[in-house]
Write a new protein. Structure first.
Length: 275
C-alpha cells in the first residue's frame, strides 16, 4: 500500500554525499528495538511523528516530553506494535485470550478486541507516581479504526471505573478522568477515530475527539486506583470489540497540544491506511 515519504528520509550531514538517512535520536533508538527493519519509507513516517510531537506546529510545545507512552499499534509487525515509542518501559502485553496473529493482530490495522476476554495491558498503574500521569494532570487517548454497533470502553482501568474512554454507546461519547462522573457528548456518529480524555485540574476534565474539545466537566477528582491502564477492558467485566490503531498516555495537555497530537497520529495512520 502506498505511503507518503517522511522528512526523515535521506537527509545527509554536511555538504558531502549522503551516508544514509538522518533520524531524530529517539526515533533511531526506537528503530533499534524493532525485530524487523520496516524500510526507509516507514522510518520516515515514524521520524516525522517524533519531530511533530517535539515541535508542536500549533502549540509550539514539546508534547513528547509530557507523554509517558505512545503506542503505534497499527504497525508492520506484531512485535513492533506493542512497543512504547518513548522507551523500553510499558511494552503492551496481549492478555487474557488475546493472540499475536490475525484476527487479533492485523498488520497496519492494530489489535482487535472480542468483547469477551481479550485485552492489552499497558503495565502503567494508575497510582504509580513518578511519571507525567497523576491525579490532577493526566490524559489518555485511543484511536479506534473499526465501527461496531455495541458499547464497551476502548481504554480504561482493568479493575476500576473511574478512568475510561467510551467512544460511542447509544449515540453518546464519554470519558472519565479520575472520577465516577462522566464527561460526555450526545450525538456521536461513530466509534471510529481518536478520542481522548484529559484532566487539567482537581475540578476540570475534558473530552476530545479528533484533536478538538467536545465536552467539559467540573467533576472533582478522586484518588488513583491500584489498577493498570488497559486497552479493550475496563472495570473487570466491560470488554470492547474495538480495533485499536494507536494509544497515548501522559500528563494533561492543552487544547492546542491535543490538536498537535492528533495531527501527528493522523499523518502516520493515514499514510499506512490504518486510520
Amino acid at each position: 500500500m502506498a505511503m507518503s515519504l517522511g522528512i526523515g528520509i535521506g537527509l545527509p550531514f554536511g555538504g558531502g554525499p549522503s551516508s544514509g538517512p538522518s533520524y531524530d535520536p529517539d526515533a533511531a533508538a526506537f528503530f533499534a528495538r524493532m525485530a524487523t527493519d520496516p524500510g526507509a519509507t516507514r522510518k520516515g513516517l515514524y521520524n516525522d511523528l517524533f519531530l511533530a510531537l517535539k515541535t508542536g506546529a500549533v502549540s509550539g510545545a514539546n508534547i513528547y516530553a509530557k507523554l509517558d507512552a505512545v503506542w503505534l499499534i497499527a504497525a508492520h509487525e506484531q512485535s513492533t506494535a506493542i512497543l512504547n515509542l518513548k522507551g523500553t518501559s510499558y511494552t503492551l502485553i496481549p492478555s487474557g485470550t488475546m493472540g499475536t496473529t490475525p484476527p487479533d493482530f492485523t498488520v497496519d490495522l492494530g489489535y482487535l478486541g472480542d468483547g469477551v476476554g481479550k485485552w492489552l495491558d499497558t503495565g502503567i498503574a494508575d497510582n504509580a507516581g513518578g511519571i507525567n500521569w497523576s491525579r490532577d494532570s493526566m490524559m489518555m487517548g485511543a484511536w479506534v479504526n473499526n465501527n461496531i454497533a455495541g458499547g464497551g470502553n476502548s481504554f480504561g482501568l482493568a479493575a476500576n471505573a473511574n478512568v475510561r474512554i467510551q467512544p460511542n454507546s447509544g449515540g453518546t461519547q464519554s470519558g472519565r478522568a479520575h472520577t465516577s462522573t462522566s464527561v460526555s457528548l450526545a450525538g456521536a456518529p461513530t466509534r471510529q477515530g481518536f478520542v481522548a480524555v484529559n484532566r487539567s485540574g482537581a475540578s476540570a476534565q475534558e473530552l476530545y475527539r479528533a484533536g478538538a474539545s467536545i465536552a467539559t466537566s467540573g467533576a472533582s477528582s478522586v484518588a488513583p486506583a491500584a489498577s493498570n491502564l488497559s486497552l479493550l477492558l475496563s472495570n473487570t467485566t466491560v470488554w470492547s470489540q474495538d480495533r485499536i490503531a494507536a494509544a497515548v498516555v501522559g500528563g494533561s495537555l492543552t487544547a492546542n497540544e491535543h490538536l498537535d497530537l492528533y495531527n501527528a497520529l493522523n499523518a502516520y495512520l493515514t499514510a499506512i491506511g490504518g486510520a
